[in-house]
Design a protein around this ligand. Structure first.
Ligand code: PA5
Length: 339
């Protein structure tokens, strides 16, 4: 793999406070759009870019009187129409599934915006004269999460549908700094990596933070080259719980505790089951005053832990050759649609 101008993968994660500050300095990207009042906001994006929609939908679920859905596919649901706002996110700007959804949204007359570091998505956004938020190039997609997230949040505000105020996004920067401090001074990331060595991780949290558990799974997949499973309470207690009665394999549970009323107690139920099934556990308590801060805090600690684990497992955390191969396969299968 070509060396990146942003350094090693670890250096890219260490740049998160700078990425947030860049997002704040470019807040709104100077867009001067007519405000929208959509029926629904649809985010479309895959992998590291798809997480942006997941996080914003999680935050919005607590405060917006409008649904946000996330499409990780090459087609939009049939009901998406000109009443909806579609935001396409692709760090490279070249992911076919996202490009196909973008084109479909344009064809259906939706309000559309796009976020990328360049690529075909930028060209398409310019061609169709829709707002395009350009993020800094040179990262790998998953390591550019703060840049993409702040770009998406500020685009939403510029379009008249704010989900997170700029002040909250400013406060979150201190929490991102705090995550780095706790990793370097208290080895939070090393502790998680150490507990997960030679095990299959099962990431467990509550439904409000399911998006963070999915991000964590993706990080262990891509940076540590490990399969991983996600379980979310309370649903966990209606199916997965039974599987631990006679489980197979070498698991370790990573419990993500958002430290919110009722949620830690719910997680306690899972901890008791894992303990009696002999499953080792490691807990990550989320830090921060608001959900954006907690999501970024958890993402950064887990990102660094997944890199440590990759290094312990003697794999290259940055390269993702299977993803590159799959992208070629998708081009062969769906490429004709994008012509
Ligand atoms: O983090 C990664 O490298 C991947 O999960 C990518 O985000 C995914 O393959 C989609 O690519 P892009 O983010 O460029 O649209």
């Amino acid at each position: 793999m070509m060396p990146s101008k942003k350094g090693s993968l670890k250096e890219m994660y260490l740049s998160w406070p700078d990425q947030c500050r860049w997002g704040l300095a470019n807040w709104g990207f100077g867009f001067k759009e007519e405000p929208v009042s959509p029926r629904c906001i649809v985010f479309t994006g895959m992998g590291g870019s798809g997480v942006v929609g997941d996080y914003i939908a999680s935050i919005a679920a607590r405060r917006l009187k409008m649904p946000i859905i996330v499409v990780k596919d090459y087609k939009l649901p049939a009901w998406v129409s000109k009443e909806d706002l579609v935001i396409a996110v692709s760090y490279s700007g070249n992911t076919l599934e996202t490009l196909l959804c973008f084109k479909e949204a344009i064809a259906r007359g939706c309000r559309v915006a796009a976020i990328s570091s360049g690529g075909k998505l930028k060209e398409l956004a310019e061609k169709h004269r829709v707002p395009w938020a350009g993020v800094q190039a040179g990262y790998v997609p998953r390591a550019a999460l703060p840049s993409m997230l702040y770009a998406a949040l500020s685009t939403l505000e510029a379009l008249g549908v704010p989900v997170v105020r700029k002040e909250e996004a400013e406060e979150a920067v201190d929490v991102v700094e705090e995550a780095l401090k706790r990793c370097s001074e208290k080895d939070l990331d090393l502790e998680i990596a150490w507990k997960l060595r030679n095990k299959v991780p099962v990431i467990v949290t509550t439904s409000s933070y399911a998006a963070l558990a999915i991000r964590a799974k993706n990080e262990f997949n891509e940076n540590s080259k490990l399969p991983c499973k996600v379980e979310v309470l309370p649903e966990w207690g209606h199916n997965d719980v039974v599987g631990w009665e006679k489980h197979l394999g070498e698991w370790t549970a990573l419990i993500i505790d958002p430290r919110e009323e009722g949620e830690s107690e719910l997680l306690g139920a899972a901890e008791r089951v894992y303990s009696s099934a002999g499953i080792p556990m490691v807990k990550l308590e989320l830090f921060g005053e608001n959900m954006l801060a907690k999501l970024l805090y958890g993402s950064l600690v887990i990102g660094l832990a997944s890199i440590c684990l990759g290094v312990k497992r003697s794999v290259d955390p940055m390269e993702t050759k299977y993803i590159a191969e799959f992208k070629k396969t998708v081009e062969e299968i769906l490429g004709k649609k994008s012509a």
